[in-house]
Design a protein around this ligand. Structure first.
Ligand SMILES: [Zn+2]
Length: 320
C-alpha cells in the first residue's frame, strides 16, 4: 500500500491567491523557506495499482496530471482511480468531483448525510451521471469495516477495508435550513442530516497495515486518538497553529475551533492531546496558509518536528 499526498494545504492553498498574510507575502517576496502547496488531496494505492482518492480537491485536475501513476493505462479511456472517499460535504472535499466529469464511471463513498448535502444542495454534481454506467454513490456505515469495490468489476471485494470514524463537527454553511431541519413529533423525529455523519475520519486497512486520515478534527469526539495510536501512519488536521490565528492575522473573525479545527498548540491542542508517543508515523497535512509551521525556519516548525511529527508537502509518498 502506498500513500501519496498530492496536496498538503488547507482550502485556498499556499500561497492563497487573494491573501497577503505574513506567510503568503513573505513567500511571494522570496523570504520564506517553504514550498508552495496545493489544496489537500490524498491518494491511497494498492500494490496492484488501484488508487482511491480521499476527497476530491479543487486542484484535482492538476494534481492527477502531476502523478504519473494516475495516468490512463488503456485506450481509449481508463483511470486507475477506483473510487473517491468523502470525509465531509465541504467545498474543499467535493469541488474536485467536477474535474472527474469526463464520462468516467466512478464509485463515490460518503455518509448518507454527506451524499444528501452534495446531491440535494448542488444539482451540478448530477453531471457525474452522464457516465455510462453513471457514478455510483455508496453510503458509508459508521464505525463498521466495509470493503472498497475495486476498479475491476469482476472482483467482488477490493483488498482495502475502510471504516468511517465520526468526529463531530457541523455541516457546511451552504447547506439549506430545509435540509438541516428535523421534522415530525418528538416520538418520530426524522433527521434529514444526522449530526454524527457531518465529518468523519477514515481508517484504511490492507494486509494488516492501517492508515488513519482526518483532514478535519473538529474536537467534538476523542475517538480519533485511539485510531492514531493503533495505526501505522496517521494523516491529521494541521490547519492552524493557534486558536486565534485567523483573528490575529486579520483575515477572519472566528477561532480555529469555531470553524471546526482543533489547533496544534495550546492546552487541549492536537500536540498535547495526543502526547509524545505513538507507534506509527504522524503526519500533519491540510495546513492553512497562515500557519507558522509552513516556515521551515520558524520556532513552531521546529517544535512540531521535535515532538515527532512530520509536515506534509506536495508529492510526499509513504510506503507501507
Ligand atoms: Zn495567507
Amino acid at each position: 500500500m502506498r500513500i501519496t499526498i498530492l496536496g498538503s494545504a488547507a482550502g485556498g492553498g499556499f500561497p492563497q491567491w487573494n491573501c497577503a498574510c505574513r506567510n503568503c507575502s513573505r513567500f511571494r517576496g522570496g523570504q520564506l523557506r517553504s514550498p508552495a502547496r496545493s489544496q489537500a488531496q490524498v491518494v491511497v494505492s494498492t500494490d496492484a495499482g488501484e488508487s482511491y482518492l480521499i476527497n476530491a480537491s479543487p486542484d484535482l485536475r492538476t494534481q492527477i496530471l502531476s502523478a504519473s501513476f494516475l495516468a490512463p493505462a488503456n485506450a481509449p479511456r481508463h483511470t486507475p482511480i477506483a473510487g473517491v472517499l468523502l470525509t465531509s460535504a465541504d467545498v474543499d472535499s467535493l469541488a474536485g468531483l467536477l474535474h472527474l466529469r469526463e464520462f468516467q464511471p466512478l464509485h463515490i463513498y460518503a455518509t448518507p448525510s454527506v451524499r444528501r448535502s452534495a446531491l440535494e444542495e448542488n444539482r451540478i454534481f448530477r453531471v457525474l451521471n452522464r457516465a455510462n454506467p453513471p457514478a455510483i454513490w455508496q453510503d458509508f456505515p459508521l464505525d463498521t469495516w466495509f470493503a472498497l469495490t475495486g476498479a475491476d468489476s469482476q472482483r467482488v471485494e477490493a483488498p482495502i477495508r475502510c471504516r468511517a470514524v465520526p468526529l463531530g463537527g457541523s455541516y457546511p454553511d451552504y447547506v439549506s435550513d430545509g435540509l438541516r431541519r428535523s421534522s415530525g413529533t418528538d416520538e418520530s423525529i426524522i433527521r434529514l442530516l444526522a449530526p454524527d455523519e457531518a465529518i468523519v475520519g477514515l481508517a484504511l486497512d490492507l494486509a494488516g497495515k492501517q492508515i488513519f486520515c482526518a483532514p478535519a478534527l473538529p474536537g467534538g469526539s476523542g475517538a480519533w486518538k485511539e485510531w492514531v495510536r493503533s495505526s501505522d501512519v496517521s494523516l491529521l488536521d494541521g490547519t492552524f497553529w493557534c486558536d486565534d490565528e485567523l483573528i490575529a492575522a486579520g483575515v477572519g473573525s472566528k477561532t480555529a475551533r469555531e470553524i471546526g479545527h482543533v489547533p496544534l498548540s495550546g492546552p487541549d491542542g492536537l500536540l498535547q492531546e495526543l502526547g509524545p508517543s505513538t507507534r506509527g508515523r504522524r503526519v500533519l497535512f491540510h495546513i492553512n496558509n497562515t500557519n507558522p509551521i509552513l516556515d521551515e525556519e520558524s520556532r513552531e516548525h521546529r517544535e512540531v518536528r521535535d515532538a515527532g511529527w512530520e509536515i506534509a508537502y506536495d508529492g510526499m509518498q509513504i510506503e507501507l
